[in-house]
Design a protein around this ligand. Sequence first.
Ligand SMILES: *Cc1c(COP(=O)(O)O)cnc(C)c1O
Length: 486
Amino acid sequence: MTNQDFPLIFELSQESRTGFSLPEFDIPESDVDDMIGDEFVRTKDAELPEVSELQIMRHYTALSKRNHGVDSGFYPLGSCTMKYNPKMNEDVARLTGFSHIHPYQAPETIQGALGLMYDLQESLVNITGMNTVTLQPAAGAHGEWTGLMMIRAFHEANGDFDRTKVIVPDSAHGTNPASATVAGFEAVTVKSDERGLVDLEDLKRVVDHQTAALMLTNPNTLGLFEENILEMAAIIHEAGGKLYYDGANLNAILGYARPGDMGFDVVHLNLHKTFTGPHGGGGPGSGPVGVTEEFAPYLPAPLLVKEKGQYVFDDDRPDSIGRVKPYYGNFGINVRAYTYIRTMGPEGLKKVSEYAVLNANYMMRRLQDEFDLPFDQHCKHEFVLSGKRQKKLGVRTLDIAKRLLDFGYHPPTIYFPINVEEALMVEPTETESKETLDAFIDAMIQISNEAKEDPEKVQDAPHTTIVSRMDETLAARKPVLSYTKE
Ligand SMILES: *Cc1c(COP(=O)(O)O)cnc(C)c1O
């Protein structure tokens, strides 16, 4: 589609055409000025496009189609789990008992909604193997920060004010060192070994009496399960540090392994990834945090508890780090996650991991002849390729990503993780069919062949989108968000 097929709504404007009629004004105009205040009263008419209802409808519908989402096509964005959003979740979230309640309502009038939150907390306790869960944090990174603030409170309660460092592997998600810094710690990097796993020797080197915690993304951002978790747990705990599990991508281990059983003290989950909350575009998300009994006193207040068969908010928590979110978390996302967990059941959740891992390994093995595979190991829910070979032909990973748009796919994550040259990080998710995976693999192979035979075709891509290459830095720094008449 070109801009000719898609005129800006202002350019369609015809004087006196209307799409909607407002009811007659029933207040004397002089009163209005008094009510609003002179400084706010418009002296000139607003410059709005004058269009019909049909025109405006088509405008917004066309705009909506310019977006790529999981409902429009394959979206293998590594480390983001863009899996499908069951439509049943939406029905349940819209039940008026959930959607028409107010956060200031007295708890005794919303026992059903609170019961759902409580049951979700309990389900997540079982899924993670932790002791208590809070639903307050609104995102994964927010959960990380909440967890680290609890670790900080714990050490301080023990008079341990020296523990100012958080160890973060170089294969961790980028939010980990950021959250550690925002929580007031110094982030210390531990290196990966040649297999892509945390280097235990390097870990022993960086751990000391100042270690507050190790934050482990597992599977790490290479999609690999950290095999030496028990050794790492022992090293950190012996040094008096605590263990933080980044469980954003729990769809790799659901029903098979639990952070609580591995010795972790604090874990966060991303309900908007593993548990089907729709995401992208900035949320809303939900990043519950689970802790061991030792950490329960520090959980954000209020904590939803069950007392004598009633769900109540416990605000009497003197050691709590306090509230981390107004009201009670993103309730609507929690309803969706609860619906998903209940419809899947324990066996279904186990299957989620099986298919997520199977799909990723299937794609990885079918692509390894055409693309470099820096860590040739059985992967979990995602895998990382390198575009090193194509780069020698003058085709960068960015070009491959742009060319994929011509095939109607959202590209994988690129140039991350940073310890892989020309990285392409692919997460197929468990919800895609073999046909979809095969079609994407075929497109990748075709692009690899084009890199050899017709590199310009890839370098100049995309060819089919409304706009081709953009100056992405400029677009982010100086976005043009409003229409200016020439
Ligand atoms: C997505 C992700 C995060 C951050 O979650 P947000 O909800 O985007 O803040 C943290 N860790 C890992 C491993 C992730 O995949």
